[in-house]
Design a protein around this ligand. Structure first.
Ligand code: CU
Length: 469
């Protein structure tokens, strides 16, 4: 069997609160005040506290005046997912406000519960429960569904009817951007390790002489882009970027892609020399791979260098959702590139892309971006890759770096040049190097400054820290 090292990111039993909700709740100082009778957050905000009647698990009856603000103790809902339905299929809430939704997966297969707006995603394992809180700010009818491919179509949908305007559909409401989840106190230097990393080297599932066989599975997961913020990602093997395929120049590379997406796909290996039939272009070199089907690509790995792979079907949608990854071909022993590569004591890959309104490096926005560590004297290579749709001028503080190659090809010695900012366009790669001779914490970031924000809040986005110690 093939490699599938990173299962769904959020298959835990703990609550997952989506970014918007977390931000709103944190910002409003919401306190789960049910049973206390008073809402402390309201009085803390300079408003007169008012009583709410409610017990855990019961609907909150707002009373008193005027469109009560929608932010007091949470109501709660319990929903059971079975094979293949939700029970109950319809839930009515008396008013707008925060709601704790618990999903029990009583089935034997994967289910989740998704609401698009306000965004909510709950993923209990089979036999387990999970819950998350959301905020219904307006009366209306909200649809929930299971996002496992095929389940919604099979009838795993339901509705939550909120407040008086229950007949109004929410589907046509404009999507408002999620509030910034990043704490204002975050500094430019303090990163937070992401729970799951992309670019993890993929072990071949079979090696036969110089033939290395890999398995990619295209599938939908919930991906933590910054701490606590989960967004739907379309991935290879559950990570964004997908796993790193790393081979030696001259190897025969065999990659089987299995499609577990809700729509067709193909994969294109971007940069290396390929036989035309395995170029991965639908209806030009191959038919699309339908959901549930597989296709095997093979090619001889050449030349050496920094390459990538990505979806080439419905690619304006599929690639930004996460269907991209790295292909590194190490140079054959004895070549000048092999001698050059042997000098590097650190070798990093930074894949820029835009995902779900975030500007990401290796699938994460700051503070979840990588910390690039180096010891004094290290010779550091950074392979810059633009798998996104916008140009990114990447600027390194504290250093000039040498630009030693691009798009998988090395520059001749006489063409190497020095920069502190290099612009990289979609599809391009640049290999840069520097000797870590200036200690400290140096930021490395896109200089289009809206790209170092998370929904407008700085610092965020395409900002990594180079730590030289
Ligand atoms: Cu940028």
């Amino acid at each position: 069997m093939g490699q599938d090292p990173a299962p769904n990111v959020v298959s835990n039993d703990h609550a997952l609160v989506t970014p918007g909700v977390a931000g709103v709740l944190a910002g409003l100082g919401v306190i789960a005040a049910i049973g206390l009778g008073w809402v402390i957050g309201r009085s803390g905000a300079g408003m007169a506290p008012f009583p709410i009647g409610g017990i855990p698990g019961a609907a909150v009856a707002m009373h008193g005046a005027v469109a009560a603000p929608a932010v007091l103790g949470p109501m709660s809902i319990s929903i059971v997912a079975k094979d293949i339905m939700f029970e109950p299929k319809a839930v009515t809430l008396p008013s707008v406000g925060p709601v704790m939704i618990e999903l029990e997966n009583a089935g034997k297969i994967e289910h989740d519960l998704v609401i698009d707006n306000p965004r909510l995603h709950i993923v209990p394992r089979p036999g387990a429960r999970a819950s998350a809180q959301t905020l219904f700010e307006k009366p209306g009818t909200y649809q929930f569904y299971c996002s496992i491919p095929g389940h919604k179509e099979a009838g795993m949908v339901g509705t939550i009817i909120v407040g008086s305007g229950a007949a109004r559909s929410t589907a046509s409401r404009p999507q408002s951007p999620a509030p910034a989840p990043t704490p204002q106190a975050m500094t430019h230097a303090s990163g937070i390790a992401p729970r799951i990393a992309g670019n993890v080297p993929l072990a071949p599932f079979a090696i036969d002489g110089k033939t290395k066989s890999f398995e990619l599975v295209a599938k939908v997961v919930s991906w933590e882009v910054v701490p606590g913020v989960f967004e739907e990602a379309w991935t290879y093997n559950g990570t964004m970027p997908g796993p790193m395929i790393r081979v030696n120049e001259g190897d025969t590379v065999r990659v089987t892609l299995t499609n577990r997406l809700p729509e067709p796909t193909v994969v294109h290996f971007h940069g290396p020399r390929l036989d035309n039939k395995h170029d991965g272009v639908p209806d030009v070199t191959q038919p699309v791979i339908l959901p549930g089907q597989s296709f095997t690509y093979d090619f001889t790995a050449k030349p050496s260098g920094t390459f990538m792979y990505h979806s080439h079907h419905n690619s304006a949608v599929q690639e930004p959702k996460g269907l991209m990854g790295m292909l590194l071909i190490d140079p054959a022993p004895g070549t000048s590139e092999a001698l050059r590569d042997a000098r590097f004591t650190r070798d990093y890959v930074q894949v820029m892309s835009e995902f779900s309104g975030y500007f990401t490096i290796n699938g994460h926005a700051f503070p979840s971006t990588d910390i690039l560590e180096a010891s004094l004297g290290d010779r550091v290579r950074i392979r810059l890759v633009n798998a996104g749709q916008a140009p990114h001028p990447m600027h390194l503080h504290g250093y000039h770096f040498k630009v030693i190659g691009t798009d998988g090809r090395p520059f001749p010695e006489t063409a190497i040049y020095e920069k502190d900012t290099i612009s990289i366009f979609p599809g391009e790669r640049y290999d840069i190097e520097f000797v870590a001779d200036n200690p400290g914490l140096w930021v490395f970031h896109c200089h289009i400054l809206s790209h170092v924000t998370n929904h407008g809040v700085e610092p965020g986005g395409m900002l990594a820290v180079v730590k030289v110690s």
